[in-house]
Design a protein around this ligand. Structure first.
Ligand code: DGJ
Length: 555
């Protein structure tokens, strides 16, 4: 009997092994799109590796640090020149090493295909591509000089990249049955610079040809939802349904950028589709954002930027979403632009500053983000590392709750992006209006003002000395009609009943605690000085915490 049971277990385990885990996929929940991993909604507490940190032997020493920061996902480059050193001969050792080490450390991977383009340039193209510009044509500037950018107008460039990317995805299909790899980024920060478009002979020919009907038809069908900036360029040129690029979108650099976006995106579509034909993991493309006042050609132009999202959607339907790399202070502005038209928000790169810790909470709470990943995370240092650790600890605790509530109007986020941020921020959830102010200063060293340390992982708590620089922000979840959870740092919240007439809001109870395996664990009741004698809820500056609050009405 014992032997029979043992055999059954062995047989079913090997069946799972053979079948593999379910393929990661995207699924709608209300207005949100969730990333489903192993059958469950997954929030990526991620970090992207520095460009030259993706070799397993080099990275090995960093895994304990990545785990200690409460990451569950590492965003790692795959280098075309390393993958295909000789044409048609693929070397998967680097990818396999990354996957093995990620798995051993209980971590998921997002792979970045550094293929034809990486930050506009083609520096990751294999040597046999680089040295043969006749076969693999370069983009040219307006003086006819070749650039270190492979031209998107070459079918040979496109098909050579697509073949390598397909080989990578085929390899994942056979070697990563457990789906350690959950997402794939195709290329990296595609863009034209320092001119708005390619002037190679093939590009000139395409520019003089009619705009493909597939683009104008798409724009006409989606006219009501188009990005206003794109619509403005089209309308300014007369809103025509046919003609050359200059006729339909104008002869200026804005029109040239739309032209390039279409050809970059159709190229990326071919690469993505070739990869998905092997293994249809969710895939996306990312963009370097624009500094204020810069014109096309001055920034990496024509990538999946907010004003070009429609062009990219029309040309590259195989991409599941488009992502921003956010290195600017006005995080909520840029992140918000990438939720236009239901685009799921995944931030593969973000500034590695103390602010990252609250930007993450805002993205998950306000924008139903799938994931948030500071850049060069293995180099993170204090105080940013401590804040990120504490913030990701909260996200880890709250994931079951957040994924249950996402997309249903039951969550919100708060962010103080600069000391000038307008206060209080006002949010309505259900029957209540919340007024949120922010505090970054260190708390006064009163006898009873010392913070209770909740959980040993919360390393930012020993932050007395650094509280002055502490970020401020957080998220909120509606637990019931009159019960709410706040998670974050440096927040003071007051309440009003919505449409309350003479009604006023009071605090019935405020509890500090944490979630363990999805279950609430009480740490302490807060009252007296900690709630300003019942007037407000306060998540003190310099310390990440979770509070559950019950409200009531009186008059
Ligand atoms: C954005 C790119 O996508 C990254 O690979 C990296 O180059 C950073 N910029 C800058 O360090």
């Amino acid at each position: 009997m014992k032997t029979f049971r043992f055999l059954l277990v062995v047989l079913s385990l090997s069946a799972i092994g053979l079948r593999g885990a379910d393929l990661p996929a995207l699924r709608k929940q209300g207005t949100a799109t969730q990333l489903i991993v192993d059958g469950q909604p997954f929030l990526a507490r991620g970090g992207e590796l520095g460009n030259s940190s993706g070799e397993p032997d080099y990275l090995r020493a960093s895994w304990p640090k990545l785990k200690a920061m409460n990451l569950n996902t590492v965003v790692a480059p795959v280098y075309w020149d390393v993958l295909e050193p000789v044409e048609g001969n693929f070397d998967f050792a680097t990818v396999d090493g990354l996957i093995a080490d990620a798995r051993a450390n209980g971590m998921r991977l997002v792979l970045l295909w550094f293929g034809t383009w990486k930050n506009s340039m083609s520096c990751y193209a294999p040597a046999w591509v680089k040295v043969d510009p006749t076969r693999f044509p370069r983009a040219q500037d307006s003086a006819g000089r070749g650039m270190e950018i492979l031209s998107p107008f070459s079918a040979v460039n496109r098909d050579t990249d697509a073949r390598a990317f397909a080989a990578l995805m085929h390899h994942l299909k056979t070697s990563d049955a457990a789906h350690t790899v959950i997402l794939v980024q195709v290329e990296n920060e595609i863009g034209m610079i320092p001119e708005a478009r390619d002037h190679s002979p093939a590009a000139e020919k395409a520019f003089a040809a009619p705009v493909p009907p597939a683009l104008v038809d798409y724009l006409a069908q989606h006219r009501a939802q188009l990005a206003p900036e794109l619509l403005a360029v089209w309308n300014a040129a007369g809103g025509k349904a046919s003609g050359t690029w200059a006729e339909v979108f104008g002869a200026g650099s804005a029109g040239e950028e739309i032209f390039m976006a279409w050809y970059f995106a159709t190229y990326t579509q071919a690469v993505t589709a070739a990869g998905k034909a092997e293994l249809p993991l969710p895939m996306y493309a990312n963009a370097a954002l624009i500094r204020p006042g810069y014109q096309p050609g001055q920034y990496p132009s024509a990538g999946p930027l907010p004003h070009l999202i429609d062009v990219w959607r029309a040309a590259a339907p195989a991409l599941d979403f488009l992502s921003p790399d956010i290195y600017f202070q006005d995080f909520s502005h840029w992140a918000g632009l990438y939720t236009r038209g239901g685009n799921p928000l995944f931030i593969p790169e973000a500034m590695r500053s103390p602010e990252a810790a609250v930007n993450a909470l805002y993205a998950f709470g306000a924008l139903d983000a799938i994931g948030f990943c500071p850049f060069s995370v293995e180099s993170n240092t204090e105080p940013a590392a401590g804040y990120l650790t504490a913030s990701f600890d909260l996200v880890r605790q709250l994931t079951p709750l957040l994924v249950e509530k996402q997309g249903r109007g039951l969550t919100a986020g708060f962010l103080q992006e600069s000391v000038e941020t307008k206060q209080p921020q006002q949010v309505r959830l259900g029957n209540w209006i919340f007024h949120v102010s922010f505090e970054r200063a260190a708390p006064p060293q009163l006898a009873d003002g010392l913070a209770v340390v909740i959980g040993t992982e919360n390393s930012a708590l020993a932050a007395g000395g650094r509280a002055g620089a502490a970020p401020a922000g957080g998220l909120m979840v509606a637990l019931g009609d009159d019960e709410f959870l706040f998670a974050g740092i440096g927040l003071t919240i007051t309440f009003d009943p919505a449409g309350g007439g003479r009604d006023q809001a009071g605090l019935l109870s405020v509890e500090e605690g944490r979630y363990v395996d999805g279950q609430w664990r009480h740490v302490r009741r807060l009252n007296g000085d900690q709630t300003h004698q019942g007037r407000h809820v306060r998540l003190e500056p310099g310390r990440f915490a979770i509070q559950r609050v019950k409200l009531y009405r009186y008059h």
